[in-house]
Write a new protein. Structure first.
Length: 239
């Protein structure tokens, strides 16, 4: 979940005071263990560092990342919240607290935190993607599309942006818009199986049976078994 380059970059952080050497040592141990996926060990080392320097936001942030990997969402949220109280300007802390809240099922809390990320960094494309996906899961398709639109202004070739926007358009019965997004997606990534499946459904539901059957057949050949029943019912394809 956490990019190795980002966590490793924190090694440059310097601590001040009498216990600085010990804090730096356990901080470094924690980073090494996190990067080697020993998340419980990382939590233990970050906890020792925190016991010696409880006023440092980076320590809480890093321990929160390890707790998030361990799926200890409440504890991760508590650490991220403590880090935010100490340093409210690190957008990554809001971002990972949002992910923890989302995993816990606190969707409105996740939306609020993704929004905080975007206040600090309006170009943070992944926050638009994930906030849009949360809104989609709540049935708020219009605002989900708005987030995906902004994402695609930042990165017009975002496969995830195009795919998720197509799903929201499909849910709103905008089959033409669905097809346009998936046309572009398949140009960028011709191996995207789900794009053919959903474009096939959109073609069929907009009355373009031949195009729909062709896409569903392609999806089936690429391994998407969901296409089987549609091919039988709409395209007269027999196994």
């Amino acid at each position: 979940m956490v990019a190795r380059f980002f966590i490793a970059a924190l090694l440059i952080f310097s601590f001040q005071g009498i216990t600085a050497q010990s804090v730096q040592q356990y901080f470094s141990y924690g980073l090494e263990k996190h990067n080697s996926k020993d998340y419980a060990g990382a939590v233990a080392d970050f906890s020792i560092a925190i016991s010696q320097n409880s006023g440092n936001s980076t320590l809480y942030y890093c321990r929160g990342l390890s707790l998030l990997e361990l799926k200890k969402y409440d504890e991760a949220i508590a650490d991220f919240s403590h880090a935010i109280n100490l340093n409210p300007f690190n957008h990554q802390t809001f971002f990972y607290r949002a992910k923890a809240k989302e995993q816990k099922g606190s969707l409105m809390g996740a939306i609020i935190d993704y929004t905080e990320v975007l206040k600090i960094d309006p170009q943070h494309s992944e926050s638009y993607l994930l906030r849009g996906k949360v809104k989609y899961s709540q049935g708020d398709y219009i605002n989900a599309i708005s987030d995906f639109d902004i994402l695609l202004k930042i990165d017009s070739l975002s496969v995830k942006g195009l795919f998720n926007r197509s799903l929201a358009k499909y849910a709103m019965l905008d089959f033409g818009g669905t097809i346009l997004d998936l046309d572009k997606l398949t140009e960028i990534d011709p191996t995207h199986v789900e794009a053919y499946y959903y474009r096939g459904l959109a073609f069929i539901r907009s009355g373009k049976l031949n195009n729909g059957c062709a896409d569903l057949y392609k999806a089936q050949q690429m391994g998407d078994t969901r296409a089987n029943q549609w091919l039988k019912d709409k395209c007269n394809v027999v196994d």
